[in-house]
Design a protein. Structure first.
Length: 878
């Protein structure tokens, strides 16, 4: 069987669809020199490793399978480079490909267990020599006028070439990956000879074509290889783009640059995140409505059998459809049809605003927030016994709402808040006056609405005019939603009437909106505005957010007034008047929910951002007790600056196995991060035996390893990796959280008491002042695997002091638990070597986890197919 597996594995993983004359084919022996030279030695060594293992059958089939898949994945990653016929574009890809190769060499050596320094250097030195040898080809090209002209192509290709050459030097000049944990050395930095060749070629191209690359935008990426798990969309050059210029329509590069410039500023949980582009508005309500129609049709109609499906929509095309059907289809409810008709009205001036449409759609969505499980026919006495889930009578909640409205410091919205409150009070009085029992479902809806209103008023900004004015439109939108929810209650109950004039709310709401804008404009032109920004930097940040990110919500004169104030503030040196990061989220957009955790410097809450469930991590400034207030302010500002740096770092990361950062706010009493919420808690909880998910174990660990690899590739050390920081989100995807966030870590006074001793590498336990490294992350991840497999903490119930003794003094790791197979425990031993220099890297960990997962899947499938029952205590039952 093993020989069959060996032959099949080599045929599929190494030789499938590979021509025999290709250097990756396993038939070749010894050196095979290619014109480009790059990676010839590496590929030769991979072939020799495969041949040696098959010859000696050393270490079994598992390691052979790992290296076979490794070689195959390397070929795929290099395919775009190897197949590139244009030498100029090939040279421009130098930085990416040498970074990939040096990292891959490390992974291959780790997988083979080769730790000898000289042997490892030999592999890298061969690659360094190949990097030098290949340069002559490019220098010869620029001396050959005819061949250079062919390679340059048309004007678009010339622009692509000079842009990519410049980008290569900009990004890879100093290297990406540290060498031997030493930040002073980077193996993959461009060598002087490579920089010289790039410079020679760039100058030759510019001299011949006259095309010069402009400044590289911050969002520029050379290819989709620079991101993990992304979608690449290509602009259609034959389709003109809208332009407000009278000179004509935009095409190609102009479209891409303009679209990227807009998209890079957008940050919203319901918009696809933009990570980059290569270039070498009013919203369309109608298209939004058409998109919703096709979404509903696809869910409810398209998959039905022909005798029950509305077949006339089979030929409808979403791209060309510009109107709804004349008659409501049966698969669309009446309330949904009303929303769609508003969005898709034939006359654009009659189309529903997105604010109103959003509010109506929320009322149509099932309510999942109520914690009560009421029956529709159950009734309760509203006056005497009706209580909401927080054990407070509705009448008490109404009193709280009134007090909140009176005490609200957001003066521009006091009147509008009271309009919502008065309507809620009127509904309650109608319930009381009827003297009839109230259906429990109606009572719960009213109580939930009232509770949400109290939360909204309570979270309004403080007594700052700037923050109140900036928040006014967002808060007005929330009140707009409350009004529509009240309308739903009125129209859905025979016990309620809307005859009172208080329920004619639209005119007053619109008038209040105009007045708020007029007041804001007066405030911006007031001489008192600048002094206030000086003493409240958070106000300057909020004003900048409105001018920079929400200018479309204001009239031209208001935007000009905001920019005038901010320009003067920048001249006066007022903090936060400068442009803000695109990840900035003002506090008024975030709703705090129940607390879920607390650390030395952080409070963690569930919350909502634009209706999306999120986690909010707030930075807490602990008083040091120092008498020197100026020194304490400096320390706080330093922490704010560190907070911004870590937010910058986190926001740029893109990987499906890392918790996403939606945004952050670095000003105010408690700066905060807003990040993705894990819906299924920690990996250990997810994998508990009673949940029946143990077959997913190794693939979930593989997902976590892929997330850790992405961090390490971006020079980020997690530093606090443990099972509590491996979370499981929707769909069962494992994601790593709290990476590199030292700003939220514990303070030195409590570090010894709270440190995760069981996951810490020995070098970190010996010297707790020594910063964590990639190698210490690998050790910690090994401990995470132990806990995931056994369901218990590493070292079991042993005291931390004893754990530290065994790790530091005895140089030991936990004994092999019963649930581990031999090859699985060998991985732990290689990850948790006492000497950090002998630990394997994350690339090798991933390759081994892949092999363990695949073999575990085969064994599990065989056990399921056999008639022999699996014993609960056996490894295969895990």
């Amino acid at each position: 069987m093993d020989k069959t597996v060996d032959k099949t594995m080599r045929k599929f993983w190494m030789d499938s669809k590979i021509p025999e004359d290709n250097r990756w084919h396993s038939k070749h022996q010894g050196p095979l020199r290619t014109p480009d030279r790059l990676a010839d030695h590496f590929v030769e060594q991979l072939r020799e490793v495969d041949r040696e293992k098959r010859k000696n059958n050393r270490d079994g089939q598992s390691e052979l399978a790992i290296m076979a898949r490794f070689a195959r994945s390397m070929k795929e990653l290099m395919e775009s480079y190897e197949s590139q016929a244009n030498l100029l574009l090939k040279l421009a890809d130098t930085g990416r490909i040498i970074t990939l190769l040096h990292r891959s060499i490390e992974s291959a050596l780790d997988t083979q267990g080769i730790h000898d320094t000289q042997a490892r250097e030999m592999w890298h030195n061969h690659l360094l020599q190949e990097r030098r040898d290949r340069l002559q080809v490019f220098e010869d090209l620029v001396r050959n006028e005819e061949e250079l002209g062919k390679a340059l192509g048309d004007e678009e290709q010339q622009l692509e070439i000079v842009t990519l050459l410049r980008y290569c030097v900009k990004k890879f000049h100093d290297g990406i990956t540290p060498y031997s944990e030493n930040n002073e050395k980077f193996r993959d930095k461009l060598m002087p000879c490579e920089l010289d060749t790039l410079s020679i070629v760039y100058e030759a191209v510019v001299m011949k074509t006259g095309v010069v690359a402009d400044k590289i935008p911050e969002w520029f990426v050379a290819s989709e290889h620079e991101w993990a798990w992304v979608n690449k969309d290509t602009l259609e050059d034959n389709r003109p783009a809208w332009s407000n210029k009278t000179t004509g329509l935009e095409h190609g590069e102009e479209v891409c640059v303009r679209a990227a410039a807009i998209w890079t500023q957008l940050n919203h949980p319901h918009l696809r995140k933009f990570y980059g582009a290569s270039h070498v508005v009013s919203y369309d309500v109608l298209k939004f409505g058409i998109a919703i129609f096709f979404l509903i049709a696809g869910k409810r109609n398209a998959n039905l059998l022909s005798d029950t499906r509305d077949q006339k929509f089979d030929t409808w095309d979403k791209k060309t459809t510009e109107r709804l059907p004349d008659v409501r289809p049966e698969f669309i409810e009446e309330g949904e049809w009303e929303v769609l008709q508003g969005l898709c009205a034939e006359d654009p001036s009659n189309r529903t605003s997105l604010v109103l449409a959003s509010s109506k759609m929320q009322t149509l969505a099932p309510n999942t927030q109520s914690k009560c499980s009421a029956l529709a026919d159950e009734t309760l006495d509203m006056i005497d016994i009706l209580e909401y889930n927080c054990s407070r009578p509705i009448e008490d909640m109404l009193n709280d709402a009134k007090i909140q409205c009176v005490d609200a410091k957001c003066s521009p919205l006091i009147a509008e808040n009271f309009r919502v409150y008065n309507r809620l009070e009127n509904l309650f009085n109608q319930f009381k006056a009827s003297g009839q029992p109230v259906p429990k479902t109606l009572a719960e809806s009213f109580g939930l609405l009232l509770n949400n209103f109290i939360k909204a008023v309570d979270s309004m900004p403080g007594n700052s005019k700037t923050s109140a004015q900036c928040a006014s439109q967002s808060i007005a939108g929330k009140n707009f939603h409350f009004h529509h929810r009240i309308d739903e209650l009125l129209h859905g109950s025979s016990q309620l009437q809307d005859t009172d004039m208080i329920h004619c709310w639209q005119p007053s709401w619109e008038q209040a909106g105009w007045k708020q804008k007029e007041d804001f404009l007066k405030y911006l032109k007031s001489p008192s505005t600048l002094p206030q920004l000086k003493y409240r930097p958070e106000d300057a940040a909020m004003l900048r957010f409105e001018a920079q990110n929400r200018s479309g919500a204001y009239s031209t004169d208001m935007v000009e007034a905001m920019n005038a104030v901010l320009d003067q503030a920048m001249q006066d040196g007022i903090r936060n008047a400068e442009p803000i990061p695109k990840w900035f989220i003002p506090s008024y957009q975030v709703e705090l929910g129940e607390p879920i955790g607390e650390g030395g410097f952080a409070l963690v809450n569930n919350g909502k951002w634009f209706g999306t469930d999120v986690v909010v991590k707030r930075l807490v400034f602990r008083s040091t007790g120092k008498q020197d207030r100026e020194q304490e302010d400096k320390e706080r500002q330093a922490r704010r600056d560190q907070f911004r740096q870590e937010a910058d770092l986190w926001f740029t990361l893109n990987h499906s196995n890392l918790i996403k950062l939606y945004g952050a706010c670095y000003e105010g009493d408690n700066p905060f991060f807003v990040c993705e919420r894990a819906t299924r808690k920690t990996l250990s909880e997810y994998l508990k035996p009673e949940n029946g998910r143990r077959r997913e174990l190794w693939f979930r660990l593989l997902q976590a390893a892929l997330g850790l690899e992405h961090l390490h590739e971006h020079n980020i050390v997690h530093g606090d990796l443990k099972n509590d920081n491996i979370l499981v989100c929707e769909g069962g995807t494992a994601k790593i959280a709290d990476f590199g966030l030292s700003i939220l870590g514990t303070d030195s006074a409590t570090n010894k008491a709270t440190a995760a001793i069981r996951w810490q590498a020995p070098e970190c336990l010996v010297d707790n002042l020594k910063p964590p490294t990639f190698a210490s992350d690998i050790y910690a991840f090994g401990m995470c695997i132990i806990q995931a497999v056994t369901g218990e903490y590493p070292w079991g119930t042993m005291l931390d002091k004893c754990v530290q003794h065994f790790v530091v003094k005895e140089k030991k790791i936990p004994s092999r638990p019963k649930g581990f197979k031999v090859n699985e425990w060998e991985l732990i031993e290689r990850m948790c070597c006492w000497n950090p220099q002998k630990r394997i890297g994350i690339g090798a960990v991933i390759k081994i986890l892949e092999e363990i997962g695949i073999r575990d899947l085969f064994e599990t499938t065989e056990n399921i197919g056999s008639s022999r029952p699996i014993q609960p205590g056996s490894p295969s039952a895990l």
